[in-house]
Design a binder for this molecule. Sequence first.
Ligand code: APR
Ligand code: ZN
Length: 379
Amino acid sequence: MANSITVRAAVYRGDGDRLAVEELRLDAPAHGEVRIAVRAAGVCGSDRHVIDGEWNVPMPAVMGHEAAGVVEAVGAGVRELAVGDHVVVAWHQACQRCGECAGGKPWACMRVKSNESRLPDGTTRWQSLDGAEAWPYLAVGAMSEHIVVPDFAAIKIDERVPFDVASLIGCSVGTGYGAVVNNAEVLAGESAVVVGAGGVGLSIISALRLAGATPIIAVDVSEEKLAEAKRLGATHGLIGGPELPAEVAALTAGGADVAFEAIGRIPTMEQLPTLLRPGGRAVFVGLPPEGHPLTLDALLLAYEGKTIIGSNYGGLVPARDFPRVAAAYLAGELPLDELISARIALDEVNEAFDAMRRGERTRSVIVFAPESPASGAES
Ligand code: APR
Ligand code: ZN
């Protein structure tokens, strides 16, 4: 296709758990689309699910879905964005027209294709150098020097937000903030427990502090993560295990008002309602492997009036919520810099996933040089 460019990207081909950094062709933005020079891309647990073979995606897959960058080209019909705008990318790309989208629940859009790693029209703008179609993971493919997305998925934010922090707003931070504000609707003074203090769990903890929850109990298997959680606003840190319900009850006069699972493990999801007082809300944020049912004591729900809330992308309305998160960060109310423990080059992406598998690091962010030019403009 005319005006495609060559980009370097981290690609998954289904052979083992390694990504290959290789060159691909990326089409020019079509009608209603923008091309973004990616400046930062977060390394998220969802990518790891794919690379470790837990979820199926079309391959070859351009990995990554947590991106911020600068608009560098706009397709026909794009009115809201201009070249030079700083944007955060939303990976849940809803149709923008159905009842759910119009009603403020784009995450419930049934026409969405981004979960299938396709642009909303079902296609891709990527090709391998051998000409085969390549697919942007979650319709973003953030681990690439340049990406093409629909204009509504590129949310303009304040240029004072650094790109590494901004990238996290597109997934982990946005998801955590939305789980607290949109899904659980946490009120000041409510007690909260967060199981799993990785990138998503720590984002939930900082949003809980913003919402005024107290106490905020962080749970992890790593003391290092618990120490980080306390820096971000947790009042207590506990090592997970069978004693957890009793320990949480002791700190919350009988059980928490709200509990979040931010790992995606079936055993911790099953334990979550037991951490609550009657009437409490259990929020499932972590994504489990496909095909693993839960076993729950139904009396906890029917008799004790507990609620289980599924949180898909934090119930986010990106155009509303991304700028709010950015504003809270700029006001010093969300300590998002603290979430980033490593800034790496694209070629170091496999080591970042290895560190994640070992339970190390809060968030690794791939940083792209600003000058990285769009090469091969004619083809
Ligand atoms: N009990 C408590 N904590 C645990 C346990 C356990 N049994 N097992 C692992 N953890 C902790 C890890 O130590 C780590 O701190 O859970 C955390 C998981 O964090 P990350 O690996 O950084 O994953 P993250 O990016 O936060 O994503 C978490 O949310 O969006 C989803 O797909 C994503 O399912 C994933 C989840
Ligand atoms: Zn993610």
